[in-house]
Design a protein around this ligand. Structure first.
Ligand code: FES
Length: 177
């Protein structure tokens, strides 16, 4: 049996090194998403307070005590690569140092409620659901629950909310995902 030539030995050495480099590359590529997931989740937990999409509704001092005020906002919707926008209305009622913030979407089948001052109620004309100024449904409403409240905060004197959509028809509020 003859010894390998110097050229063959060099080829084998390079092939061996090549396999190691390719193997390490594949291993790294597979491990990176796992690492990213683990680290990303750890960072998210530490950062939860700032990860919400707060939407400005204007100066907190502009709202009149007890009077429902409508605020229009535009929401950006992403569905995969497709971006679109949706105009929404938020009802705000100031109660001392607190606020009630509702989406104007009726929890029955999604029509918009309006404030009717002469009857002191929000009213949905689609199936005649009426709601108290505090959002509770009135007797006889087609909706199974009251108006859906939104999380709010006052930051630097501005009233801000986190807009969410909720499932229709249910007796309790459930975020639509
Ligand atoms: S959608 Fe409002 S009562 Fe039906």
């Amino acid at each position: 049996m003859s010894d390998l030539s110097e050229v063959d030995k060099t080829k084998r050495l390079f092939m061996g090194l090549g396999s190691i480099v390719i193997g390490a590359g594949i291993g790294g590529a597979l491990a990176y998403p796992i690492f990213q997931f683990a680290v990303g989740n750890a960072l998210k937990t530490a950062d939860d307070g700032d990860s919400k999409d707060w939407i400005d509704l204007g100066s907190a001092s502009e709202f009149e005590e007890g009077k429902p005020t409508a605020k229009k906002i535009t929401i950006e919707i992403r569905d995969g690569w497709v971006k679109s926008s949706s105009d929404e209305t938020i009802w705000v009622v100031k109660k001392g140092n607190e606020f009630l913030t509702f989406t104007a979407t009726c929890p029955h089948l999604g029509c918009k409620v309006n404030w009717v001052p002469e009857r002191s109620e929000y009213f949905c004309p689609c199936h005649n659901s009426a709601f108290e100024v505090t959002g509770e449904k009135k007797p006889g409403a087609a909706s199974a629950r009251g108006l859906d409240t939104l999380e709010y905060r006052v930051s630097d004197g501005k009233l801000q909310v986190v807009f969410q959509k909720f499932k229709n028809l249910l007796p309790t509020k459930e975020v639509f995902s």
